[in-house]
Design a protein around this ligand. Structure first.
Ligand SMILES: Nc1ncnc2c1ncn2[C@@H]1O[C@H](COP(=O)(O)OP(=O)(O)OP(=O)(O)O)[C@@H](O)[C@H]1O
Ligand SMILES: [Zn+2]
Length: 633
C-alpha cells in the first residue's frame, strides 16, 4: 500500500489555523469598533436637528461624515447641551445653517479611521485566503491554489496506455494507417532525423463526437510506449486571465522532460477558435493569450531534438484559427469519421469481448441495423444489451437483447437526429453528389475527400467533406465564385433531378449569400460598387461574432446596389452549378446511386468518379447579374 503524503506539513497547518483564528477575532472586533465612540452624547433624529436649526436653537455644529454634533442654546441663550445625530446626505445643509446663524465647521474623519479602513480592506481577503487554504488542506492536496498555473494534464505513463493499442480501435483504418507513421517517429526518432526528415509536431484528429479520437491518441502512445499527457482545451481557459497560458507553458515543460512523448489536447476549438472572430473589447483575451502561448510552444522546440508530438482533436475544424494549421504546427490532419458497415461490425466485436454472447447473436446483423452509430454509440449499445440481458434474467446476451437495445439507443439518438426516410435519402444523396461534381471543376474549391449520407447530427443530413489542400489566406475572385457555385451544387442537383428544392439547402444558401456579400462589401470585388468597404449591417458592438467595427452607414441606393450585386453573384453561381450538372447528368445519376447503395464514397473510387466530370459548355452559362464582370472560363 502506498503511503499517502500529508497534504501539508502539520506545522504549516497549525500556523495557518492560528492566523485564521486571529483574523476572525479582528474582524469581529472591527464590526463593533465604530459604534463605540459617541455613546455618551445623547442622540436625536436628523429631523429634530433640522427643526432646532430652523427654530434658531442651535448655536454651533460640527459636521462629520458619519455624525453631526451640535450645541443648543439653553433658556438664557447661553451654550447648553450637546447632541449628536446621524446625517442624511444633504447639499442644502450649509445654506440652512448659514441662514439660521449657526456657527459650523466640518470635522475630519476620526483618527481611528485608518485602522478601520485597514481592517475593512485587508481582513476579508485574508479570511478568504485562509478559508480557501483550509479547504485545500482538507481535500485538494498540494494541487490547487498555489499551483494554479500548473497544468492539470493527466499523465498516463507507459504502463497504463500500453494496454490500449491500435487493436482496440476499429472502423477507422485510414486514420490508423496515417498514425502508424507517428508511432514510428516516436519509437525511433533518430532514424528519421538522420535522414534530415522533419518530424511532424502536430497532428489534428478531425471527426464527429464519439468516433474514437481520444482512443486513437491513446493507442498511438500505447503502440509507441511513450507517456501520454492529456488535457482538454476547455480546461485551459477556465478561470483567470493568464492561467491558461501558464498552463500551456507548464504542460510543454513537463512534456519536454519526458520526451519522447505525446500531448493530447481534446476540444482544440475551445482555445483555437479563429482569432478574427474574437470579441471586440478583448473579451476573449484569455483564450487568445492561451492560443498564442500554444503557438509559441509549438514553434519553440526543435523537433529533431525533442520528440514531443502534439495530437489534438476537434469536431469543428472549420472554426479553427488558420495559424494553428501552418507548417510546423498542426500541419497534418487525420480524418476520424463514423464507421461504415464493416467498421461497425469490427467495433462491435471489440466491445463484445467483455460480455458473454449467446449462440444466436450475429454482430453483422447488429451492424447493419445501426447506420450512423459512432464508436461510442456502439460501445453504449453493447452495454445496454448486457444490461437488458441481466434484467431479463438471461445467462448470456441474446440477439433479442441486442434488438431491444438498438431500439432504445436509436430512440435516444433520434431525439438528436432523426432517421431519414428512403425518399429523403435519395434527395440527400443527389444533393451531396451535386456539391462534389460542381466542386470538382470549379477553381479554388478544396479537394473533395468523401461524400457520405450516413446521417449525423441534426444540421447536416449528409455531407461532402472537403479538406483544404493548403492553408490559404488569400483567395481570388475566381476561387470565391467557384466556392459559391459549389455551395449551390447541392440545391441545383435537387432542382435538376427532382424538379423542386427542399429545405436541406438552407445552410448552403446562407453560406453562399454571406460569401457573396463579403465579396461585394468587404473585398471590393464588384465593378459597380468599387473597392470600398461597406457595412450596412451596423451590427451591435457586443455580438458574438465580433464583426464589431461599425463602418459607414450605407444609403438606400447603395444598399439596393449591394443587394443586386450579391444576388447577381449567387445567381451566377447557381447557373454555373446547373450548367455543370446538366453537362454531367449521367454521371450524377451513377454516383448518386452508388452513394445510396454504399452510404459512403471516398478515396480512389471517389477520385475515379470525379475525374470523369466534364467542364460545361460555356455558352450554357447565362450570366444573371447584368452588372457583374463576365467570368472567363
Ligand atoms: N473506433 C472505435 N473503436 C472502438 N471503440 C470506440 C471507437 N470509437 C469510440 N469507441 C468507444 O467510445 C469511447 C469514446 O470514444 P472517444 O472518447 O475516443 O471519442 P472521441 O472521438 O474522442 O469523442 P469526443 O469528440 O466526444 O471527445 C471509447 O472509449 C471507446 O470505448
Ligand atoms: Zn448542401
Amino acid at each position: 500500500m502506498a503511503v499517502k503524503k500529508d497534504p501539508q506539513p502539520p506545522r504549516t497547518r497549525q500556523i495557518l489555523n492560528i492566523v485564521f483564528i486571529v483574523l476572525s477575532g479582528l474582524l469581529v472586533l472591527s464590526l463593533f469598533l465604530p459604534s463605540n465612540f459617541s455613546t455618551q452624547i445623547p442622540r436625536e433624529p436628523y429631523s429634530m436637528f433640522i427643526h432646532r436649526v430652523q427654530d434658531h436653537e442651535v448655536l454651533r455644529a460640527s459636521v462629520g461624515q458619519d455624525e453631526i454634533r451640535y450645541q443648543v442654546r439653553d433658556d438664557q441663550g447661553n451654550p447648553g447641551e450637546v447632541y449628536a445625530t446621524t446625517p442624511i446626505f444633504d447639499l442644502q445643509l450649509p445654506n440652512l445653517l448659514e441662514e439660521n446663524g449657526v456657527e459650523f465647521a466640518a470635522v475630519p474623519p476620526p483618527k481611528n479611521q485608518w485602522f478601520t479602513n485597514l481592517l475593512g480592506w485587508i481582513i476579508p481577503p485574508l479570511i478568504f485566503v485562509a478559508v480557501w487554504r483550509l479547504f485545500l488542506a482538507r481535500g485538494g492536496g498540494t494541487q490547487g491554489a498555489l499551483s494554479i498555473g500548473k497544468s492539470r494534464a493527466r499523465v498516463y505513463v507507459e504502463g497504463e496506455t500500453a494496454k490500449i493499442t491500435f487493436d482496440d480501435v476499429a472502423g477507422v483504418d485510414e486514420a490508423k494507417a496515417e498514425l502508424v507513421e507517428i508511432v514510428d517517429f516516436l519509437k525511433t526518432p533518430g532514424r528519421f532525423t538522420q535522414l534530415g526528415a522533419r518530424i511532424p509536431k502536430g497532428v489534428l484528429l478531425v471527426g464527429p463526437p464519439g468516433t474514437g479520437k481520444t482512443l486513437l491518441a491513446k493507442a498511438v502512445a500505447g503502440e509507441a510506449g511513450v507517456p501520454f499527457f492529456s488535457i482538454s482545451g476547455s480546461e485551459f481557459v477556465e478561470m483567470f486571465v493568464g492561467v491558461g497560458s501558464s498552463r500551456v507553458r507548464d504542460l510543454f515543460e513537463q512534456a519536454k522532460k519526458q520526451s519522447p512523448c505525446i500531448i493530447f489536447i481534446d476540444e482544440l476549438d475551445a482555445i483555437g477558435k479563429s482569432r478574427s472572430t474574437g470579441g471586440f473589447y478583448g473579451g476573449n483575451d484569455e483564450r487568445e493569450q492561451t492560443l498564442n502561448q500554444l503557438l509559441t510552444e509549438m514553434d519553440g522546440f526543435n523537433a529533431s531534438e525533442t520528440t514531443v508530438i502534439v495530437l489534438a482533436a476537434t469536431n469543428r475544424p472549420e472554426s479553427l484559427d488558420p495559424a494553428l494549421l501552418r507548417p510546423g504546427r498542426f500541419d497534418r490532419q487525420v480524418l476520424v469519421d463514423r464507421p461504415d458497415l464493416r467498421g461497425r461490425e469490427a467495433i462491435l466485436h471489440i466491445h463484445a469481448q467483455g460480455v458473454r454472447l449467446a449462440e444466436d447473436v450475429e454482430l453483422r446483423t447488429v451492424a447493419m441495423r445501426t447506420p450512423g452509430f459512432a464508436g461510442a454509440d456502439l460501445a453504449n449499445l453493447v452495454n445496454e444489451a448486457a444490461l437488458l440481458a441481466a434484467r431479463h434474467g438471461h445467462t448470456a446476451v441474446t440477439q433479442s437483447d441486442f434488438d431491444e437495445a438498438i431500439e432504445r439507443v436509436i430512440a435516444g439518438l433520434e431525439k438528436k437526429s432523426r432517421a431519414l426516410s428512403d425518399r429523403e435519402k435519395r434527395i440527400v444523396a443527389y444533393h451531396e453528389v451535386g456539391h462534389a461534381l460542381v466542386g470538382a471543376v470549379m477553381p479554388g474549391t478544396d479537394r473533395v475527400e468523401k461524400i457520405s449520407i450516413v446521417p449525423r447530427g441534426m444540421a447536416a443530413l449528409g455531407y461532402t467533406l472537403q479538406l483544404p489542400t493548403e492553408e490559404r489566406f488569400l483567395r481570388d475572385e475566381m476561387e470565391l465564385r467557384g466556392q459559391i457555385a459549389t455551395l449551390l451544387g447541392g440545391r441545383s442537383a435537387e432542382e435538376l433531378v427532382f424538379g423542386r428544392v427542399t429545405t436541406g439547402a438552407a445552410n448552403d444558401l446562407k453560406r453562399a449569400t454571406d460569401l457573396a456579400e463579403q465579396m461585394v462589401t468587404s473585398f471590393g470585388m464588384s465593378k459597380v460598387l468599387g473597392p470600398l468597404a461597406y457595412d450596412r449591417s451596423q451590427r451591435g458592438q457586443f455580438l458574438e461574432d465580433g464583426l464589431a467595427n461599425v463602418r459607414r452607414a450605407v444609403s438606400n441606393e447603395t444598399a439596393k446596389a449591394i443587394d443586386a450585386e450579391v444576388k447577381g453573384l449567387v445567381e451566377q453561381g447557381h447557373q454555373q452549378a446547373l450548367a455543370i450538372l446538366q453537362a454531367n447528368h449521367a454521371l450524377l445519376e451513377t454516383v448518386a446511386e452508388t452513394l445510396l447503395a454504399d452510404e459512403v464514397i471516398e478515396g480512389e473510387a471517389l477520385k475515379q468518379f470525379l475525374q470523369r466530370v466534364q467542364p460545361p459548355d460555356t455558352t450554357a452559362v447565362t450570366v444573371a447579374g447584368p452588372a457583374m464582370a463576365q467570368v472567363p472560363q
